[in-house]
Design a protein around this ligand. Structure first.
Ligand SMILES: [Fe+2]
Ligand SMILES: [Fe+2]
Length: 457
C-alpha cells in the first residue's frame, strides 16, 4: 500500500511537470518576453498545484486507482500539448475539447467539467487565444460535458457529434457577430474547421474507449452498462445453474445501486459488481443455502469441510471472471466481498462440536483482501443485509424489524473491521442504511399493490 500511496503523489507531479514543460515551449513559440514568461509560469504552476491538490482530495473515489490517475493526466496532456503546436496553424483546430470529452466518457462527468474549466483557463494563460475563440471552446466544452453522459446507445453518438459540430459553427458566427456586428469578412473556412473539430472530438473520444480500457485496464460506464445486461453469458449461466444465487445477486445489485447513488459512488460499478459477486457459486451451487431444496449437503460434512467449500466460491469466482474477461474492478469486488471475515455459521458449529478442543479460526476465514473501494464496501454490506433478510418473515412487512436488521448487519461488519481499508466514511453509513431501507420499502409496497390487484380481479 505504501508504494501505491507514493505513486499516487508522483503521478500528478509528473503530469504537472510535463504540462509546465510544454507551457514553456508554447510561450517560447509565441516569443513571450522572459519576464512575462516567468510571471505566467509561476501563476500556471501555482494554479496547477492547488488544483491537483484539490482534485486529489475531492475526487479520490474517481481517481482511486493509479491507472485511472495516469489516464486522467494523459487526457489532460492529449488536449493540451497538440494545442500548443496547432495554434500557429489555426486556432479553430485545437483539440481542447478532447480532454473534456475523454474524462467525461472514461472517468466522471463532474471531474470532466471541473478539469475543462481549469485547463481552458490555464491554456488562456499559456497561449494567446482571442477571446471569441476561447469562449467558443469553453461553451462547446460545457455542452460536450453535459450531453456525453446521456449517450446510452452507440447510435446516439451520431446525434452528439452532429450537435457539437453545429454548436461549434454557430459559436464561430456569434463570435464574429459580437466583434464586427455583421457577417462582412466572415471566414467560412474557419467555421467549417471548428465544426469538423467538434465532430472529430466526439468521434475520437467515443471511438477510442476500448483502446483506453485495454491500455489502462479500467472499465468505462459503457462497458459496465453492457456487462449489466441479463444477456451476458455469465448471467445466463448463473440463472440456469444457480437460480437461487441469481435472485440473491439481483437483490444485492438493487440494494448496492441505491446506496451508491445516495453516497455518490460509482453506482454502475456497484450494481454490476453485485450482479457478479457470487458467480463462483455456479459450479457448486448445492453448497449454498439459496440453491438448496430441502436437502442440505452440509449435513454429511464436517464444519471445516463445509467452510472450505463455501470459502472456495471466491477463488472460483475470480478464475471464472478471468476466463470470461471481466474487468479488473469487477474481479476486485468478487475478491473482496467477504473481506477476511469468518464463516460464522460453520465456525460456531465447529466450536459447539469441539468438546473443548481449540478450533483454528483461520480455517474458517476468507482470504481477503478487505474491500478497497466504496463500491466493494457497499456490495459487502448489501450482501450481508440480503443474507440476513432471508431469514426474515417478508409477509409481516414490519419495517421496524427491517430497520433493526439493517443496523445490526452494518454494525457487525464495522465491528469485524471489514471496512477499514475502504474510503467509506462513517457519516456515509446511515445514508447507506437508509438506502437499503428504501429498497425494502419499495419491495413491500409493490407486494401490497399486487395482492390488491389480485383481489380486485
Ligand atoms: Fe459470496
Ligand atoms: Fe452473496
Amino acid at each position: 500500500m505504501k508504494g501505491q500511496d507514493k505513486l499516487k503523489q508522483i503521478i500528478p507531479i509528473m503530469g504537472m511537470l510535463i504540462f509546465i514543460v510544454f507551457a514553456v515551449i508554447g510561450m517560447i513559440n509565441e516569443s513571450v518576453h522572459v519576464a512575462e514568461l516567468i510571471t505566467r509560469l509561476i501563476l500556471v504552476s501555482t494554479i496547477l498545484t492547488l488544483v491537483a491538490y484539490i482534485f486529489n482530495t475531492y475526487y479520490e473515489p474517481e481517481l482511486s486507482s493509479n491507472y485511472v490517475h495516469i489516464m486522467y493526466w494523459t487526457f489532460i496532456l492529449i488536449g493540451f500539448i497538440p494545442s500548443i503546436f496547432l495554434l500557429s496553424i489555426n486556432a479553430y483546430i485545437l483539440p481542447i475539447l478532447l480532454t473534456t470529452a475523454l474524462i467525461t466518457t472514461m472517468i466522471d462527468s463532474k471531474l470532466g467539467l471541473m478539469t475543462h474549466l481549469v485547463v481552458s483557463f490555464l491554456l488562456l494563460m499559456v497561449i494567446s487565444l482571442p477571446l471569441d475563440i476561447y469562449m467558443m471552446y469553453v461553451v462547446a466544452g460545457l455542452f460536450v460535458n453535459y450531453v456525453i453522459p446521456y449517450v446510452k446507445k452507440r447510435q446516439q453518438i451520431v446525434y452528439v457529434a452532429l450537435s457539437t459540430t453545429l454548436l461549434m459553427m454557430l459559436l464561430v458566427i456569434i463570435g464574429h457577430l459580437m466583434q464586427v456586428g455583421n457577417l462582412v469578412g466572415f471566414n467560412y473556412a474557419n467555421m467549417f474547421l471548428a465544426g469538423l473539430n467538434g465532430m472529430l472530438v466526439i468521434v475520437l473520444a467515443q471511438g477510442s474507449e476500448p483502446m483506453w480500457e485495454t491500455i489502462f485496464n479500467i472499465t468505462s460506464q459503457a462497458q459496465l452498462i453492457e456487462l449489466g445486461s441479463a444477456n451476458q453469458p455469465l448471467m445466463k449461466r448463473l440463472l440456469v445453474e444457480a437460480p437461487g444465487t441469481y435472485h440473491h445477486s439481483m437483490m444485492v445489485a438493487n440494494l448496492a445501486e441505491k446506496a451508491a447513488i445516495d453516497i455518490q459512488a460509482n453506482y454502475q460499478l456497484a450494481r454490476v459488481g453485485a450482479m457478479y459477486h457470487d458467480i463462483g457459486k455456479i459450479e457448486e451451487p448445492k453448497y449454498f443455502s439459496e440453491n438448496q431444496n430441502g436437502e442440505n449437503i452440509h449435513d454429511d460434512l464436517s464444519p471445516d469441510a463445509s467452510a472450505h467449500y463455501i470459502i472456495r466460491h471466491i477463488e472460483k469466482g475470480v478464475s471464472l471472471a478471468k476466463e470470461y474477461k471481466l474487468p479488473k474492478n469487477i474481479i476486485d469486488i468478487i475478491k473482496e466481498h467477504h473481506g477476511d471475515s469468518v464463516v460464522a455459521y460453520f465456525y460456531n458449529k465447529a466450536v459447539s462440536h469441539s468438546d473443548g478442543f481449540d478450533i483454528d479460526v483461520e480455517k474458517f476465514k476468507y482470504a481477503g483482501p478487505k474491500p478497497q473501494t466504496k463500491e466493494a464496501a457497499i456490495v459487502m454490506l448489501a450482501d450481508c443485509v440480503d443474507a440476513a433478510a432471508k431469514g426474515f418473515n417478508m409477509e409481516e412487512r414490519d419495517m421496524d424489524q427491517i430497520v433493526r436488521l439493517i443496523d445490526q448487519v452494518i454494525l457487525t461488519v464495522v465491528t469485524n473491521h471489514q471496512l477499514h481499508a475502504s474510503p467509506l466514511r462513517f457519516d456515509e453509513l446511515p445514508i447507506i442504511a437508509n438506502a437499503f431501507l428504501q429498497v425494502y420499502n419499495g419491495l413491500y409496497h409493490e407486494r401490497v399493490k399486487y395482492d390488491r390487484e389480485l383481489i380486485e380481479q
